[in-house]
Write a protein that binds this ligand. Structure first.
Ligand SMILES: Nc1nc2c(c(=O)[nH]1)N[C@H]1C(S)=C(S)[C@@H](COP(=O)(O)OP(=O)(O)OC[C@H]3O[C@@H](n4cnc5c(=O)[nH]c(N)nc54)[C@H](O)[C@@H]3O)O[C@H]1N2
Ligand SMILES: Nc1nc2c(c(=O)[nH]1)N[C@H]1C(S)=C(S)[C@@H](COP(=O)(O)OP(=O)(O)OC[C@H]3O[C@@H](n4cnc5c(=O)[nH]c(N)nc54)[C@H](O)[C@@H]3O)O[C@H]1N2
Ligand SMILES: [Mo]
Length: 744
């Protein structure tokens, strides 16, 4: 199922943050969650004099290292960002020439930010206006400034607008395409970037190719299978091009009758879950209902998956033991868009088998193994995992993976000590290459691109402009970059369209032979298997995907320009009239999703007056399934709790260490320990996301197969996080929920 948590790729890389002069961290807590990234951030501060600004509703361990801390109410980042953009505009801190040359639509943003005066931002976010002004002044005048975000931004109904407006702020300040600048999204699990690149999403094929017929035909060729055969796998041709369910919404495909027509009248009947812990999805009580109702449930996991003890079904529940990462090999792609080769350390223990072997067996028994492996070579004649890596390199042209062959990736990993961690540049046998060949890595001699959109390097050395993806013009305004803003060494000095067989000769100045013409006919850079279009583009200093403007307006979205909208369960109902949720959205990832109707169903804050701040703790990972199986980590943090400000706890009559009931706006409730803390404000409770194994006050430990129960266990916060999903990506609104708390 899809990776729902929608973050976005990093434009720069971890080591590059050391080049920053100011770093604004919004909705991320790297001191706890990305300790390696935090070391680069601290080096920027200590060695480069960078100022650190943290914008977070909770005073985190990262905030403790900041120069400026801005506490905001959850779900108000858009107001805060517009506040910064407005101050930048008013004080002339924006980058005029960058905007003129390389951006489309900034004037509209400048209009949109008008209402967000410091006073208004203070009212909406709760951050004192003096602190906003101080943060904006420091950040907008720094050269360059880097923006970091993560889950504090995406787990909202307006999460996709948060991430867009952050990028727009960086465009306004001219902070993109520069070392030390950029949008550095700290991604989650190792290989989250890799799994998104590979299309573990329900709305794309690998490499973000989309689901249109042309993309399927392209992949049929790459996979060496017949397109008609692929088509025959779907109930209708329409379903082939329709988005699937997302991880956050699949339960509605089991439970809600009204959704069936979105799903070709086919309710979901079985679930195969690989590498996801079920208690990390909102509405966990509904998840249980769905698990109980399905006809069959399969978990492929090295541990006993959470869901296996949450469901009370008694048949057709299968646990297939998967090998862990040290028992298998292959590539992983980290947050910096760089690949690494992972080598097997030991053979799989007991009955455990690597995920791919289990999947191969599934394919054999379901009768499509021959087609499944055909892209690597028919009839078991492939070498695993090298041939899979090379298939990825060959097929994922959209993100420039052609140069990322198994052989090169291995050479990088084996020689990692020859690379500089701040610039990623190699020495000796990896001279002039960048560590892990950050994509785009256009050809087998290309070094990779450490900083996206950098026009101060030739394309052949990792430079590029913005991608031409949205047409050549919009309402009479050109979407191509202005004269003088092409990467250095480019034959064309201004903007140009993506490279196709039609424009290659004109743009590159090269005359194709008759044979070459035939080879590339009807192709563009992302469908041309011969590599000729990319080769000739690079020779002329051109980026295969063109040189366009970054757009601030996404005309096909519900909100073409990012808009502040109050959370569905708002702590400030007085602001809902001005900033309402969008209209309910039918068939959003095959589900009819409530927005406006949920927001207006009642004045939620009357019955649920406390705001959830949800996040992670350093001791545990995800559900905690793996880490709570460790005695030592469980000794450090072995039970679920909620952080309450002593003044709020006092009002509720609860003392430090006492148990309390937390009731969500749905049907869920959890019984957890109260922990006094000054990290949260007097309206909020912090709930860590890393526990499960207790269900509404009852321990589930006796449901684990003998000897497999975790050492640490506790209630899952997602029993009480509210209904709500991003208006574009459907990421759950786990970071904005209301609850009621009573002494237990
Ligand atoms: N120790 C540990 N490390 C991990 C993980 C783990 O479980 N444990 N998980 C990994 C994964 S999968 C991921 S995705 C990353 C996540 O990494 P982070 O995004 O850093 O994780 P969180 O702690 O969930 O959220 C970050 C911060 O967002 C704040 N926040 C909540 N609501 C809002 C809001 O409305 N606005 C703003 N500005 N901030 C808000 C929280 O207070 C929190 O400090 O961590 C990865 N690393
Ligand atoms: N309230 C709240 N909820 C949240 C969040 C939050 O901040 N607040 N954050 C959300 C985010 S960003 C994320 S990413 C999710 C994290 O949620 P999950 O991805 O659900 O959490 P993990 O515990 O990392 O689950 C991974 C599962 O994969 C298994 N596993 C590990 N290695 C392998 C392997 O090699 N093969 C197989 N087959 N399985 C393996 C583990 O044992 C575990 O059962 O939680 C989300 N939910
Ligand atoms: Mo994540």
């Amino acid at each position: 199922m899809a990776n729902t948590w929608g973050y976005g790729a990093m434009t720069n890389h971890l080591g590059d943050m050391q080049n920053s002069k100011a770093i604004i961290i919004m909705g991320a807590n790297p001191a706890s969650n990305h300790p390696i990234a935090m070391q680069h951030i601290l080096k920027a501060k200590e060695q480069n004099g960078a100022k650190i600004i943290v914008v977070d509703p909770r005073y985190t361990k990262t905030a403790a290292k900041s120069d400026i801390y801005c506490r905001i109410r959850t779900g108000t980042d858009i107001a805060f960002l517009y506040g910064i953009i407005r101050l930048a505009r008013e004080n002339g801190w924006y980058d005029k020439s960058f905007i003129e040359d390389r951006v489309y639509g900034m004037e509209d943003i400048f209009k949109e930010c008008e209402e967000f005066t410091p006073e208004h931002v203070e009212d909406v976010t709760g951050c004192p206006k003096e602190v906003l002004i101080q943060a904006a002044t420091v950040f907008a005048t720094a050269e360059p400034g880097c923006l970091i975000w993560n889950q504090g931004w995406t787990q909202h109904s307006v999460g996709s607008s948060n991430t867009r407006l952050g990028s727009i702020m960086q465009l306004a300040l001219g902070n993109l395409g520069k070392p030390g600048g950029g949008c550095n999204i700290l991604r989650g699990h190792d290989n989250v970037q890799g799994s998104t690149d590979l299309g573990c999403l329900s709305d794309t094929l690998p490499g973000y190719y989309g689901l249109a017929e042309g993309s399927w035909k392209y992949f049929a060729k790459q996979w060496n299978v017949d397109y008609e055969w692929l088509k025959g796998r779907f109930k209708t041709p329409e379903m082939m091009q329709a988005k699937g369910f997302s991880l956050s919404l699949w339960i509605h495909g089991v439970l809600d009758k009204e959704n069936e027509k979105n799903n070709a009248d086919t309710p979901l009947k079985a679930l195969v879950c690989i590498g996801n812990g079920i208690s990390t999805i909102t509405q966990t009580h509904k998840v249980k209902e769905a698990l109980d109702k399905l006809e069959m449930v399969v978990f492929i996991d090295p541990y006993v998956n959470d869901a296996a003890v949450i469901t009370t079904r008694e048949d057709n529940l299968f646990l297939l033991p998967a090998a862990s990462q040290v028992e298998t090999s292959g590539t992983v792609v980290n947050t910096s868009r760089t690949a690494q080769w992972r080598s097997k350390v030991v053979e799989p223990l007991y009955e455990a088998r690597p995920d791919h072997e289990i999947l191969f067996d599934f394919a054999k028994r379901l009768g499509f193994y021959e087609q499944y492996i055909a892209g690597m070579g028919k009839g078991d004649k492939f070498v695993w995992p090298e041939d899979a890596t090379n298939e990825i390199a060959r097929s994922l042209k959209t993100i420039g993976m052609q140069g990322r062959t198994a052989e090169r990736i291995k050479r990088h990993t084996e020689n990692w000590h020859l690379f500089n961690s701040t610039s990623l540049k190699g020495r000796g046998i990896v001279e002039k290459e960048y560590y892990g060949l950050p994509w785009p890595c256009w050809t087998e001699s290309h070094p990779g691109s450490p900083v996206l959109y950098n026009i101060n390097l030739p394309v052949s050395q990792g430079g590029m402009g913005f991608r031409n993806r949205f047409g050549l013009e919009r309402e009479g305004v050109s979407l191509l970059a202005a004269e003088g803003s092409a990467p250095v060494g480019s034959r064309i000095k201004g903007g140009y369209a993506e490279i196709t067989s039609k424009n290659i000769e004109e743009l590159s100045g090269i005359t194709l032979t008759e044979e070459e013409k035939k080879t590339v006919e009807g192709k563009n850079w992302k469908t041309d298997d011969s590599g000729l279009l990319v080769k000739y583009a690079l020779q002329a200093g051109l980026a295969p995907y063109g040189n366009a403007r970054a757009r601030t307006i996404v005309w096909e979205f519900v909100d073409p320009m990012p808009k502040h909208r109050e959370p569905l369960h708002s702590f400030r109902p007085d602001l809902i009239a001005k900033y309402p949720a969008i209209k309910d959205k039918p068939n959003h990832f095959r589900t009819n999703v409530r927005y406006e109707s949920e927001q207006n169903a009642q004045v939620w804050v009357k019955d649920y007056p406390i705001n959830i701040v949800s996040g992670r703790i350093v001791e545990h990972m995800g559900t905690g399934t793996e880490t709570r199986a460790s005695k030592y980590l469980s000794e450090l943090s072995g039970e679920m709790y909620g952080e309450l400000h002593p003044n709020l706890a006092g009002k509720l009559g609860i003392n430090d260490g006492e148990m309390m009931w937390v009731y969500g706006t749905g049907e869920g409730k959890i019984k957890i320990k109260c922990k006094f803390s000054y990290r949260v404000d007097e309206n909020s409770v912090f709930l860590p996301q890393n526990f499960s194994g207790v269900w509404q006050g009852e321990s589930l430990l006796d449901r684990y197969p003998k000897g497999t129960a975790p050492y640490g266990h506790g209630e899952s916060s997602n029993q009480v996080t509210s209904y709500g999903f991003d208006q574009q990506t459907s990421c759950p609104e786990t970071k904005c929920s209301l609850v009621r708390i009573e002494r237990a």
